[in-house]
Design a protein. Sequence first.
Length: 265
Amino acid sequence: MKTRIRKNWTRIALGVLMAAGASESAQAQGTAIAQPISNWTYTNHSSTLVEGSLRGQSAVISSVGQTIYLDSLAAVNYAEAYKRAIENSVAVTKAYYERREIREEYNQKYGPKAFVGEARKKFIEYYAPKRLSAQEFDLERGKLTWPHILRQEQFAPVKDQIDLVFSGRDSSNSGDGSKSHRDVLQLCTAMTGLLRENIGTMTSDQYINALEFIRSVELEAKTAISTDLKPAPAAAEEAKLDEAPAKAKDSDTSSIKRTVARGKA
């Protein structure tokens, strides 16, 4: 009797192991991710004591095999997750540098160009003060033809002083750093301050043109007079005729000093 039971138990165990091996082989061919194994229900019960004992022993053997199999699946899943993490990090790094290259290509094609070379030279030439034309400045006589907006009464004291300086220039008192140049710079600063104070009495074009004229006057004062060019005597005579009477001149001189001080402030 015991021998028969032992033989039956052996057959049942072998059958269970073969069935478990076939199931594991089929699952191994698919994805490494598997669902939990649950093969027990309330309806699968033994009819005899011997059958229950054999079922328990086979369940123990099956659970050992399932444990080993699930451990292997966990190892495979961990290795796959680690592999995907590395691939993701590589993809992130490649995407970062590819975005930088795309941005650099876009900026080179459509972005602002470097402000150097020919572009910078043209910009400086365009916005640099221009020399006065022959209609605006008579170099031989040292006479300026002021725009109408700067001929107004409030600019007259400073304008007359600038005319006086230009009429008295010669080759020894002209050019960058000369006394006439320094005087003109000081007077032009005062006139720029007066122009800013009276900006509400003129249009934007008039203001810009007047400011450009003042900058050009500064440039002319910076330009040296050739030694071959001598100021005509008539220039000094015209300057004297254009001057106000002595009393008015004294008043104008004090006004100019106040104007220059205000311009510096």
